[in-house]
Design a protein around this ligand. Sequence first.
Ligand SMILES: [Zn+2]
Length: 383
Amino acid sequence: MDKIYLKEIILSYNDICNLLNDFCNNEKYENRLKKEITTSYTNFSYPLNSYLIGNGKKHVIIFSNTHGCEIITPLFVLEFILTLILNDDIYYYIDKKYTFHFIPLLNPEGYIISSSQVCYNLKKLDKNSIQEVSRMYLDAYNLDDKIAEKYIKKEKLYKNILRTSCNLIENKNMIFSINQILKNCDLNSNILPVWSANGLGIDPNSNSIHRFCEILTLRKKWKYSKLRYNDIPVTFPSPMSYPGKKPLDPLCPENIFLYKYITNLYFNLPKRNEKLIAIFSYHSTGGEIYGYPDVCISTKNNILIHNKAMDIYSKITGYTPIDEDLKYGVMDFYRAYLNDTVSLTIELSKLNGNPIGPLSNLDNLFKEFINNKIAILKVIELI
Ligand SMILES: [Zn+2]
């Protein structure tokens, strides 16, 4: 468990798909990783894929990359997958008890938009140079926050660190859509590295089932996103935080896929005496845990097991549990309504600055990855 199995950290969309495909149904690894057949696709026709490990009765969903620019989150999920496949001891331990369901890329379009810029700048660099560029990016980003705190709206320093272009994205239809969005938002390609939404400018996390009306009201009040993002509109399609027109908006197929996937397991597993015990959703950054269910809806026991899970996760990772005032976001629905299924949202990395800020100290990031791997196994063991 206390080892890192990932060989590379700057991964394109195709790199991730190829890596997973190499392990899938591969006899060398006893077919430990299985790819599920999907019928769900994004607006620009990317498949929404899920993968399985294990044959146990307790089911656990782990997904990442709800926000495109949070590129360290699929990296962590890949690392967790490799840890389970490449360790006989761990594999045999979990195989009988659990079935893991992985969705490493919930928002492939957002990932492609952000990571194409990152790959162009960092792919050929060695570890030290990656850290150096990322440190410059993080410093600029933090300075932008300080300036924005004084409600000053000026061109952001973080935008000068990476070279950017829409043409780095290999999908003509998606480039057309992105250009339209940038034009409407009065932004240019240097915003692409922090792109969180899908290719049509809907943010899958804001397109929440839970408290959707409150989100709309909140966005109307904000008009623009917060801090260093205070030049990004949030009331129409944009790079981040635009929630769409209604919950499970047809223009946000990522969320429809997730909803069907989770509810199918939650309602159908008990029919064969199995159970969905936990969902872990990975975001970045901040080193925080969101897991307090809405008390107006949740049962006492559901609140208790969430508290216990957050306690364990927080002790192992040093991450801070956050009890936010307005509970909205994709996971809040599942957290409140799926009784006795622990549903945690984890903000990976104590450092700031998506997409590459966390890469400024790789040793620390890997330590956090290791702690998060241990935390998942401990939580599911003890709930
Ligand atoms: Zn996020």
